[in-house]
Design a binder for this molecule. Sequence first.
Ligand code: HEC
Length: 205
Amino acid sequence: MNSRKLLAGFGLVTGAYVLAAGIVAFVIPGETARAAAPASDVVSHNHSHDHAHVDPDQAEQLTGQFGAHGDRHPPAQVFATVEEGLTERRRRSMSAKSGHFRALSATLLSAAGGEDMVQTHADALALLGSQIDRLFEIASPAAEGEKGALQAIWDAPERFALYTEAFADESARFAQTVRDGGDLVNGLHDLRYYCVACHADFRQR
Ligand code: HEC
């Protein structure tokens, strides 16, 4: 595909993506300028459950081949209930999907190369997509008025299953599109619909 056309096409897609995410962006072919506003969406990486770094002197000491280094991230939290543990796992897994999605869009939007890694990210999305239902195995809705998963997921499991299955199918289709050398811009656009629809109907902001 002609790269200017690809960038222009993706600019339109990204315009919509970015609007949905509450982020202001200007996409110019060959150049991307972004001003991120506080937004919690498919692309957000600022989460209330992220923890502040600890003091250097309190950091856990790890040793290895490159000498001793303190890990300033607090050691893994212990989760008091299975609901809390699953919520954390679900959120981290969602962030992983977001990371792969954004790595893909950055590849398509820049001239920095990495086309050979597109399949890796697409396959990762398809694998995570095939197991997305596992992130909802235990009822773990957010507390009333708080951000997170809606009770509707567990009240209407058959309806929710339509969304997880559709995402599994579409992420597999996208990985196949990459394998076939198909239209990645439209493929990513189609996949994003399933992220957005599920969030609109089953996620509380
Ligand atoms: C079948 C439903 C569904 C699909 C499909 C889905 N999500 Fe989610 N996502 C959720 C729900 C529900 C939450 C809220 C989870 C919680 O806070 O417990 C969420 C939360 C998130 C979060 C916030 C995580 C955090 O740390 O708070 C991100 C980022 C995210 N999703 C990205 C994506 C992306 C990107 C896609 C598509 C590639 C996607 N999601 C597809 C249901 C879905």
